[in-house]
Design a protein around this ligand. Structure first.
Ligand code: PLP
Length: 417
């Protein structure tokens, strides 16, 4: 195959992209397909391996002394299939030095936080964070001596006052899970930097195609690859991309010590999804915008939470900072009872009831942020207290007109319930 062990730099090289085409669609196609990893075929084969064999004792000793990317050593450090995915993710994340992959998005969040925190530190977490991220902060991290503090995602002025001399990291998420607040990341991350804290962002919604988080000031950009990168609802994984070598090495060393490994079969599936990500996101974004516009004209809907929509909250910041969107949006029913919301959800035929999002198929999930938040009220100030039942849609690749007709039928059923 022409593959020479020890010749490649593997993930974290960040060098290959210099003489490669820079536009996202092209990078998605080319990324990670080094000839020494693919051989004569298009995709890197699935290297299924625990043991790697050495030609002699000197080679084994050299590998042991040299814990760097792209070196065969032992299965837990991966092989070309995983290295190819890491390199591809680094190439599509502007400003990234290197990327570590994890068996889920949740594993990426907890391990990235553990890489930058130690007992006695304070961690600031945005109040609109994904619920398992909150649980990581209030659960395992707290148990290991880190104090979590939740902050208002939209309060830029008050943000600096959240810091004390023990604050060592901040976790952002924009747009926020379920409620879709867009955070002023350039301003907030500048404050974090000035205070000497590492800023991490859960960038799953936009991905680097829609929000180049490191270029906007963050230090570590995290994604649940389960969503857009996979795109097909059949594989779970997460990633963390770091802006510099020091942070990348901390992510990598932590992941190695925690025994973190992703199967090569899953990595190959993820690489397959990655190639078509831009076209899927473009289609989903267009459909989501059409659906959001249609929803905003419905009497049954009090608020559409979709920053793509010009009249929706967060649109100005989205317009200023983002280069793309996706199919995930929420809306709040005007009044209505829970049984009526259930009738709406149950009537839908094209939207499956299920967690996750970013797949080719549309999904729906009801949500109630009230019991989740601790730093900000729900419903937010200025809203009618009766307008509180949330519904989140993940708009897939179906024809948007069919999706709208499905939603229309569900509204009719809702008011008959
Ligand atoms: C799904 C999700 C995660 C977790 O990803 P898993 O791969 O399911 O563990 C993290 N953050 C956000 C915003 C998500 O939607």
């Amino acid at each position: 195959m022409g593959w020479r062990p020890g010749n490649a730099q593997g993930n974290g090289s960040g060098t290959l992209s210099e003489d490669k085409p820079k536009r996202p669609g092209t990078r998605l196609v080319e990324a990670g397909r080094r000839q020494e990893w693919t051989g004569p075929v298009v995709n890197p084969p699935v290297w299924r391996a625990s043991t790697h064999l050495y030609p002699n004792e000197a080679a084994r000793k050299a590998a042991q002394a040299n814990n760097v990317d792209g070196q065969f050593y032992y299965g837990r450090r991966g092989a070309p299939t995983q290295w190819s995915l890491c390199e591809a993710l680094t190439e599509i994340e502007p400003g990234a030095f290197g990327t570590v992959i994890y068996p889920s998005g949740t594993a990426a969040i907890v391990q990235a936080l553990m890489a930058v925190l130690r007992p006695g530190d304070v961690l600031l977490v945005t109040d609109n964070a994904y619920e398992p991220s909150r649980n990581i902060a209030s659960g395992i991290l707290k148990r290991f001596g880190v104090t979590p503090r939740f902050f208002d995602p939209l309060d830029v002025e008050g943000f600096a006052a959240q810091f004390c001399d023990k604050t060592k990291a901040v976790l952002f998420e924009s747009p926020g899970s379920l409620t879709m607040e867009v955070q002023d990341i350039p301003a907030l991350s500048a404050v974090a930097r000035e205070k000497g804290a590492v800023s991490l962002i859960d960038n799953t919604w936009a991905s680097p195609l829609g929000f180049p988080a490191l270029e906007r000031g963050c230090d570590i950009s995290i994604m649940s690859l389960t969503k857009h990168v996979s795109g097909h609802s059949d594989v779970m994984m997460g990633s963390a991309s770091a802006r510099d070598e020091r942070l990348y090495k901390r992510l990598r060393a932590t992941a190695q010590q925690m025994g973190n490994i992703v199967s090569p079969d899953d990595a190959a599936l993820m690489l397959r999804g990655l190639r078509t990500m831009e076209v899927r996101l473009e289609r989903e974004t267009k459909s989501a915008l059409a659906i959001a516009g249609w929803l905003s004209g419905r009497e049954e809907v009090a608020h559409v939470l979709c920053p793509l929509l010009p009249a929706a909250p967060g649109h100005d910041l989205w317009q200023r900072d983002f280069t793309g969107g996706c199919g995930l949006l929420s809306f709040i029913l005007r009044g209505r009872r829970e049984e009526q919301r259930a009738a709406f959800v149950d009537t839908l035929e094209l939207f499956g009831i299920g967690y996750s999002w970013g797949g080719f198929e549309s999904l729906v999930i009801p949500f109630d942020p009230k019991g989740i938040r601790t730093a900000t009220p729900w419903p937010p100030g200025g809203w009618d207290m009766d307008d509180r039942l949330g519904i989140r849609l993940s708009v897939g690749l179906e024809d948007p007109q069919d999706l709208i007709e499905d939603l229309d039928r569900a509204f009719t059923a809702m008011d008959q319930a």
